[in-house]
Design a protein around this ligand. Sequence first.
Ligand code: HGY
Ligand code: MN
Ligand code: MN
Length: 420
Amino acid sequence: MEDVLARARVVMARIEELAAVSETTDGLTTRTFGSEAMRRVNGIVGGWMQSAGLNVCVDGIGNLRGTQTRDGRPLLLLGSHLDTVREAGRFDGPLGVLTAVACAEAAANGRYGALSCRVGVVGFSDEEGVRFGTSYLGSDVLAGNPFDAARLSLVDAGGVSLAEAIRAFGGAPETLGADALDPDAEDGLVGYVEVHLEQGPVLEANGLPVGVVSAIAGQSRFSFRFAGQAGHAGTTPMGLRKDALAAAAEFITAVETHARGDEGLVATVGQLDVKPGAGNVIPGAAAGSLDVRSPRDAQRHAACARLRAAAAAIADRRGLALEWREVQSHDATDCAPGLRKALAEAVGQTGCRVLELPSGAGHDAVALAHRLPVAMLFVRCRDGLSHHPLESVTLQDVAIALNVMDNFLVSLAQSPPSAR
Ligand code: HGY
Ligand code: MN
Ligand code: MN
């Protein structure tokens, strides 16, 4: 265990190093798609990948990709994302990328014996979708999922389009299709396995360091905008107002009330932009985001329809206009039974009780699942906290996660990946 503890210390030290790479100077970690911080982090992690014997490149959407030289064996992809939310924790994403690099280093050192597959590592460029609102930009391209022109014309808060951001980062929107994984060019694809902090309380509540993900919840993202009438806060009688922020506030409360009454569903308004945004002006417009999730797709779709109807009713009653747009929707994703079983066996070999649990958070595995078998290993996090600077996992639990991944990869050396 001492050796794996030493490797876990390297993972933790590297996570600390990446946490300091931010597009902000407030001492917190914010790394959004196409930023210079992402370019810097690709350079740092790319160097670690090269030291692990991987051939490294950055693809057209900014994914950092490393693979062992092709030799006829199929590819097993490990990794996670390198972008973050605003004022992020240090583990969401980098924990998966850096444990993957640790596995690639071990594979290069012959730790796993004659592996029946090659090991690749990916650091995705945009899982969170903070800058353009749509998540999985990087993993959608790697998976070869549809990437329509409408997405390329999305603009960020500064009016920069996704197409322009791709070009500025060194990519080419028109050739993203060429960046998709090609099974033939890889002599087959075994699957994608991601290590990620749980971002929830279940493992901690069960006293377990790791758990195997059974499925990833479905997720719908919308943007809405209530349009009313700006006016003088001092002279406009309450009965004559078309206050867009008051309408949005009523809607946000309706979202919370609905989700609280619909077991298993979660719904969040995370962003709200009020115009013109002066204290003595009645808000003329209030635009926001809506994130709705459930492990059951029918429940999520029904809830989305009800919430849209609630927004329309509020707008009608108040004499406002409502704009409503679905930004993206991903159905619930099952992890591959064969890979899940192999991960569970690998957990069992460490002496830990095996717990399989669903993920309420979205992950790049959702996008990749359209093209290859996926599996995820969760690592306990303190208080279930994530998307917060105080997000944390322990050195011991990272060591156990590495131990699980070692067992998993050794099992691949013993049985053909096709059995997965
Ligand atoms: O929002 C999520 O679930 C993930 O962190 N992108
Ligand atoms: Mn994540
Ligand atoms: Mn996240």
